[in-house]
Design a protein around this ligand. Structure first.
Ligand code: ZN
Length: 180
């Protein structure tokens, strides 16, 4: 069983900016490990601490390549380039995805769990996931990245889902590879 329930849209914790991590201690390492398990079970390619109700600037990711799982603490995106349309989903907005335009390449820096500086030149899916996770740390959901037509449709669908949930229907959980 996943150590955490993933917080869903409507939960105020997803709308609050997270605070900088000042101490990398055993608790933080444990949190990262539990977040990785939660992400794998979801399944998703990234998970930010606010999605498990913790207001710390940290996220985990795993693009299911030979690199395995990673943790980035206090991430900062310092440069962005280009434009890329990608169908993006979010574990906190289950079952839905939208074609969203964001920069294609980003430079992201931060620290790892050993306190070492890390720095990435990322493009495509890695860059997309980094932007999505840093948004979570700023209290921003992908719903804020939709164009006006997509936003209207999203509002309608989310309202219907809320009504359905109120009537006791089980929430649909579609398995999609690009969710974070
Ligand atoms: Zn997300």
């Amino acid at each position: 069983m996943a150590p955490y329930d993933i917080r869903l849209v409507g939960d105020p914790v997803l709308r609050q900016p997270a605070t900088e991590v000042t101490d990398i201690d055993a608790r933080l390492v444990r949190l990262a490990e539990d977040m990785i398990v939660t992400m794998h079970e979801a399944p998703g390619i990234g998970l930010a601490a606010p999605q498990v109700g913790v207001q710390k600037r940290m996220f985990v990711y795993d693009l299911h390549d030979e690199q395995g799982s990673h943790v980035v603490v206090n991430p900062v995106i310092s440069e962005t380039r280009g434009e890329w349309v990608y169908e993006e989903g979010c574990l906190s907005v289950p079952g839905l995805s939208w074609e969203i335009v964001r920069p294609k390449e980003v430079h992201l820096s931060g620290i790892d769990l050993d306190g070492n500086q890390v720095s990435f030149e990322a493009d495509d899916l890695l860059a997309r996931m980094f932007q999505h996770e840093v948004d979570h740390l700023d209290g921003i959901l992908l719903l804020e990245r939709l164009d006006p037509a997509q936003a209207n449709e999203a509002k309608r669908v989310l309202r219907e889902q809320a009504l359905a949930a109120g009537e006791g229907e089980t929430r649909r959980r579609l398995r999609m590879p690009g969710r974070a």
